[in-house]
Design a protein around this ligand. Sequence first.
Ligand code: SAM
Length: 272
Amino acid sequence: MEYSPNKMKTLLEKNGFNLKKNFGQNFIIDENIIDGIIKKAEIDQDTLVLEIGPGAGSLTYKLSEKANKVIAYEIDKQLKPILDTTLQNKTNVEIIYQDFLTSDVKTKIKDHKKLYVVANLPYYITTPIIMKIIEDRLPVQKIAIMVQKEVGNRFKAKPGTKDYNSLSVFLDYYFDIKKIMDISKNVFLPKPNVDSIVIEMKKKPQKQVKNEQLLFKLIKDSFKQKRKTIKNNLKAYPLDQIEPILKKHNFDLTTRAEQIPLEIFIEIANNL
Ligand code: SAM
């Protein structure tokens, strides 16, 4: 079947499928948006694409035309008859009907030159999905995902901006993050209450860090109480070792964590 998102409503109705709020089911119904994501994702015949939440398969269908292979995790088994229709004849697509968060993904993604994650994510688990990709050490080069605008803005926030928090610093350790598309509420079925953006997260080269766990704890502790200074949030740390590093970069112990870039957190952690 030549599939397009315009045909999705009919397909869902024909199968008596009711969209589920608890699974974050807001499906894209605008083909231009799908085409935009596909173009920006720059997938080629060497790419294995990992998709989380294929839904009715609108994005999956077009991903499969560009990629070497698509592996998609879908938690809702009731979507199987719909995906079977949408993706019939798509021999390079494998749908795994499991919760992505609890699946052994790493063993599934052998034999590839490039691994990209491309998805319109279920928004209720955006951060857990990113954390799983990091913690399972999935060898991804690039992530292109649609997320809630506010969440995406925090992911890509820079020091000194209101959205910058410990997660922004943590993600900056692994990825270069930028917005690649603004998405209107009107392109979804059903229409959500929140705006969306598509962000691109490109894997950075590994940094020189003596003790990653210490770095991550330092970042978390520094942001413990957002309005408090480094001096107050890091009472349990050797402040006499931290102060000269901050001073070197024109900060001091009265600076708040929201001003401090990743590189300075790394320098502090490496000197503790
Ligand atoms: N890709 C489709 C689209 O753009 O039209 C659907 C996107 S919809 C926002 C999110 C999808 O993720 C839904 O199909 C939902 O059932 C699925 N989903 C929710 N939680 C999941 C989980 N833990 N693991 C895998 N899929 C999940």
